[in-house]
Write a protein that binds this ligand. Structure first.
Ligand code: ATP
Ligand code: LTN
Length: 331
């Protein structure tokens, strides 16, 4: 039987946080043996917000090393840099002609980022979800593992695929979001009403995968908790609930199990335990990432191999798109 196709990506737009790890990359590892996977480093998406060129270059390679350190096997899946496959930008242009300005401007992320980067509300920012649709549709993707925050973008990808198919004939497979069980939404350590994000201006709000043990312990020590002194997951305890979620994600246990373990523990010791658990779990990943980054030519060779694989699959879809739309392709 034909294997289903999975596509996902992360932007090299900042240092990754434990939320990106728990909510995205870590979950992909289990998928590689059962699906044909494409995992990209979305650098074209990253530049919708201003990036320092040297940083973008460094982070792109760091993200590649991190994927592999987390357990993504470049032999099993296509691991590549989005800008290495020009078909993404080409299909994005085509899909732009099917996207209404109204629907693009209604996207929550566009509205949020427009407020956050008011000095640079560029066309790319508005086009972000269309490029994402191009990513997914190019590979005839069945499933897209992402966090709940990306669901709206996937709805657009589905709408665009259906619109194209209705207008020009069956071309794209209709992708489904794949919100994985256990991939909880992790909140900011300083404001549990906000999601933890790599671009938060408060460095204590997010734990980065590059943070060393002391920094991790310090950030958890400073994390906001709630009134009271019991370690339980409850609506009126968003801070403690978030810390419990983080603990469980790294310890691999359930919330009731964790609540029981901390039944007689105060907030100070609880936060220390969460920090230690996270630091212990990250240490081997960090070490492996550093080992990989020491051999840049090997990494770049792996990325080239991934891009070749992606290019081959993408070209097939793109030729079909051009043909169906009536672009002259020669005799
Ligand atoms: P930025 O702050 O630059 O917008 P981000 O930290 O929100 O970035 P993205 O690059 O947008 O991260 O997302 C990468 C992946 O991580 C996506 O699959 C997304 O759903 C997941 N993710 C991001 N933030 C969280 C979170 N707080 N909890 C769980 N998953 C998350
Ligand atoms: N916007 C995504 C990253 C991304 C993506 C994709 C995810 C770019 N292209 C295609 C899934 C499929 C995010 O997670 N912030």
């Amino acid at each position: 039987m034909e294997r289903k196709i999975i596509y996902s990506a992360v932007q090299p737009s900042g240092n990754l946080t434990i939320a990106n790890y728990v909510g995205a990359i870590r979950n992909w590892v289990a998928l590689q043996s059962d699906y044909d996977c494409f995992f990209a480093i979305a650098d074209l998406h990253a530049v919708t917000v201003r990036q320092e060129p040297a940083e973008l270059r460094r982070r792109t390679l760091e993200l590649a090393a991190l994927y592999i350190a987390c357990g993504i096997d470049p032999e099993k899946c296509a691991l590549y840099v989005q800008s290495h496959v020009s078909a993404h930008a080409e299909l994005c242009w085509i899909l732009n002609t099917l996207t209404y300005v109204g629907e693009a401007s209604r996207m929550t992320q566009f509205k949020d980022k427009s407020l956050k980067h008011a000095e640079n509300v560029n066309m790319g920012l508005m086009d972000y979800p269309v490029l994402m649709a191009a990513d997914v549709l190019l590979y005839q993707t069945d499933l897209v593992p992402v966090g709940a925050d990306q669901k709206q973008h996937l709805e657009l990808a589905r709408d665009l695929a259906l619109r194209f198919n209705n207008r020009y004939g069956e071309t794209f497979r209709i992708p489904e979001p794949y919100i994985l069980k256990g991939s909880a939404r992790i909140a900011s350590l300083q404001d549990p009403a906000k999601k933890m994000s790599k671009s938060d201006e408060n460095p204590n709000a997010s734990v980065f995968l590059s943070d060393d043990r002391d920094t991790i312990l310090r950030k958890f020590k400073r994390a906001v908790t709630d009134s009271g002194n019991t370690v339980v997951c409850a609506e009126d305890k968003p801070g403690v609930s978030n810390l419990l979620q983080i603990y469980c994600s790294f310890k691999g246990c359930t919330v009731p199990e964790a609540e029981r373990a901390f039944e007689h523990t105060g907030y100070g010791d609880f936060k220390l335990a969460v920090g230690e658990t996270v630091a212990d779990a990250l240490a081997p990943v960090q070490a492996e990432q550093q080992r990989l980054l020491a051999d840049k030519s090997y990494l770049s060779q792996l990325l080239k191999q991934g891009a070749d694989r992606a290019f081959y699959a993408a070209r097939k879809t793109l030729s079909k798109v051009y043909r169906k739309m009536g672009f002259y392709r020669g005799e």
